[in-house]
Design a protein around this ligand. Sequence first.
Ligand code: SF4
Length: 298
Amino acid sequence: MQIDFELLHSKLEALKNKYQNLTYLETDPICFPKQYKDPLDIEVVSLISCLFAYGNVKSIQGFLRPLFTLLGPSPFQTLQEAGSNYQTLFQKLQGYRFQTKKDNQNFFQTLVRIISESKNKSPLWESKFLDQAGKFQEESSLQNFQRFWEKELQTTLGKKPLTYGLQFLIGKSTTNSPKKRLSLFLRWMVRTSYPDFGIYQKIKPNQIPFPLDVHIQKLIQILGITSRKSFRSSDAYLIKDFFLKIKPDDPLLYDFYLTRVGIIEKCKASYQEGVCEKCYLKEICLVVPRGIEPRLQG
Ligand code: SF4
């Protein structure tokens, strides 16, 4: 199918105008790092929020909210000062879905150790994505970051292999999966405009993979952007390349707004009259029967 880029662009702009509003941040895990000003707090809270951002919004928030209350007004400082007292700090920490209570304690013990060695220098982890020449590489940068964490978690566990929960949390450096939670973390760290933070300066917004979460995976199919049904890490870059044609400097601009169609509008990726009639993407969505005039123009 031939895509009408001008029409797609105008619909994406309409979505952006609708959802570029602070009240909609509450429906996204970015609401957690948004509560902090210091880049060190923002980076630490962003990483934790993204790694645990799987499952439904209610359970993600139900786990993260008490955790960040526990970490106080400066999570970076709390973790930095925790030292050997980390066990007391995380005594009440619960498990979350695939992570047992013990997995979470091991993860935070690792984070405490990494942060205590960080010398208060922001950014903490941009260099972990880069190659030896300080460059971001599509084929290896996210894997570099995962390898760094695998090694650090291994240090915490001693001779034991990573548990399923810990491996799931950081993802496997050797698999071909789209690495959507790390892509989201990069989006928050690299993009400079709303709603993201622009803390990483060496990686450019037009280099990073599109976060292919479940909502985006459905939307890119029903908007005719891809015919793929399953996704690999290379697809996250192909989708980013598609959006480069619309926004050459900032291809992930519409990610936050597109995911609202799934999260807020409850798009089911099939025609549901009550939902689709109000959708700003109706005119360009392939599952909408043609001949039905949109009642609401975007
Ligand atoms: S028109 Fe319906 S199916 Fe298509 S994107 Fe909108 S809500 Fe989803």
